[in-house]
Design a protein around this ligand. Structure first.
Ligand SMILES: [Zn+2]
Ligand SMILES: [Zn+2]
Length: 98
């Protein structure tokens, strides 16, 4: 896939559209760098990964395969699943061990 903003290529990219454009919004792929700059202005469409879920720790989106304890509807946007990403999960484990 090719980033619509900077032209970077990657095997998988987030796909999103501008929330402000509403129903007329077009979907396009974006690399992590460009997406990070407009994260508050775009809505992420489920992309090349089967399903996206939101980490309740860092609020990033991950493939549900990368989330621990996935729960339907816990993502905070519509029916998006939520869970804990591996990085946050390990932090939590670390806290428990201390
Ligand atoms: Zn880019
Ligand atoms: Zn996380």
């Amino acid at each position: 896939m090719v980033c619509s903003e900077c032209g970077a290529t990657a095997a998988a990219m987030k796909t999103g559209f501008w929330i402000a454009e509403g129903d007329a919004a077009e979907e396009w792929p974006m690399c992590e760098d460009c997406f990070g700059e407009v994260v508050d202005e775009v809505f992420i469409v489920p992309g090349p990964v089967a399903c996206w879920g939101r980490c309740s720790g860092c609020l990033e989106w991950f493939s549900v395969r990368d989330l621990v304890d996935v729960k339907a509807g816990a993502g905070g946007r519509g029916d998006a699943p939520g869970g804990t990403c591996r990085a946050c999960h390990e932090i939590e484990l670390g806290r428990c061990a201390m």
